[in-house]
Structures are given as C-alpha cells and as structure tokens.
Design a protein around this ligand. Structure first.
Ligand code: DX5
Ligand code: ZN
Length: 216
C-alpha cells in the first residue's frame, strides 16, 4: 500500500506538536522521525524525549529512522517514547540480527536502511525477517538535499527480491522527494515515500501530500 511519511526534520521545532497534528489532519498516515547523533551522521537532531512529547499530537504510525552509531543501545528508549516501527542503518556498529530481534521483542516492526554507497545486496540476508527496507536517496544527515536518481536501480532490485520472498515488506525511499521525483520512486518500486522540506514548505499540507500520490 502506498504511503507518505512526512519527515519532521523540516518542521518548525518550536511547533512540533502542532505541525504533527496538522500533517495528520492533512491525511498523513505515518510520521517520519529522524534521529541523528552527530556521530553516525554529521548532524544532531533530537532524541526520544522530544519524540515522546509529540506522541499525543499524532495518532498514526511513528516511523522512526535512527541515524545513530549504536541503535541497539537505544531501542528501549524509543519504544517507551511511542515508536511503532524502528528503522536502523546496516552501516551502524550494532549487530543487525540482534537489533532486529530487539525491536521485534518489543512488538514493533523493524526496518533496515542503507546509505547511497551501500549496495542493494546488503539487505538480502534480512528480507526473511524485516517489515521495511529504506533506500536512502541522499546522504543521510540533512534535509533539503538533491534526489539521487541513480539509487532507483537499487529500489527496483530490492522490490524484485521482496516479491520473490512473498513477504509483505514496505520499501521506503528518503531524501529529495518532491512532486517530480515521487513519480520516479513509485515507478522504481517504492511504496512509502518520506518527504521533509517539500511538504513542510507548502502552505497547504493536504494538497502537498496529494501532489506526491499517483494520479491514476
Ligand atoms: C535525511 C533524513 C530525511 C530528511 C529528508 O538524513 O533521513 O528523512 O528529513 O528531507 P528532504 O525530504 O528535505 O530531503
Ligand atoms: Zn529519514
């Protein structure tokens, strides 16, 4: 199923709760929460306490994207703060299988993410046990970067493997998604699009979300 997950990295942090609520009213089923530690990526965003504060303002799915070096250490914190699904990077220092298990033990969905330089093959060993794969279409760390079209073959390849697996796995893309690049992502096989700067810069969130969805 096709879904849009607005990234609150581009929200006004002084109005996080209000803007999360507005995105929900505008029809966003998920909210993408970018956690950065200034170590795995060269930027610091926010952590579990901030996320917990906006839980009451958004009833949908909290789609947490951990861009941190040791995701396994922090799974409990994000569970307690209201995560519904947790995606971590295969390039992080935590053992991937153990991290997936820790997320599942808490009853959450687990996702694995790959940076642009990581080949599609890296996700293959985990397709029998994850609920989502995230293909980064920018270098993680900042919103508002240019979409990397050359990531699309990776998306198509992973979509093919997901179909072969027969499992219901979401395929998410994150970075540089706008009204034009969204089409390219869907064509390549993605079904969940993260969008930050594109959505939050628009005065009408509902129209902006609609403009990302396929028209047919
Ligand atoms: C980048 C983050 C993205 C970011 C996307 O490291 O993972 O979720 O917010 O921002 P835009 O949509 O502006 O590229
Ligand atoms: Zn993200």
């Amino acid at each position: 199923m096709i879904k849009i997950s607005p990234s609150i990295l581009s929200a006004d942090f002084a109005k996080l709760g209000q803007q999360a609520q507005q995105m929900q009213q505008a029809g966003a089923p998920w909210l993408h929460i970018d956690v950065m530690d200034g170590h795995f990526v060269p930027n610091i965003s926010f952590g579990a306490p901030v996320m917990k504060c906006i839980r009451k303002d958004f009833d949908g799915v909290f789609d947490v994207h951990l861009m941190i070096s040791e995701p396994l250490r922090y799974i409990d914190d994000f569970v307690k703060a209201g995560a519904d699904m947790i995606t971590f990077h295969l390039e992080s220092d935590s053992d991937a299988a153990a991290t997936i298990d820790a997320i599942h033990q808490k009853g959450l969905k687990a996702g694995i993410a790959i940076k642009p330089k990581t080949p599609a093959e890296a996700v293959k060993p985990y397709l029998d046990r994850v609920e989502m794969v995230l293909v980064m279409t920018v270098e993680p760390g900042f919103g508002g970067q240019k979409f990397m079209t050359d990531m699309m073959p990776k998306v198509t390849e992973i979509r093919h493997w997901i179909e072969e697996s027969g499992r219901d796995i979401d395929l998410q893309v994150d970075g540089g998604v706008n009204g034009e690049t969204a089409k390219v992502c869907f064509q390549a096989g993605a079904n969940v699009l993260v969008a930050g700067s594109y959505l939050f810069s628009k005065p009408d969130y509902a129209a902006a979300i609609q403009s990302l969805l396929p028209t047919d």
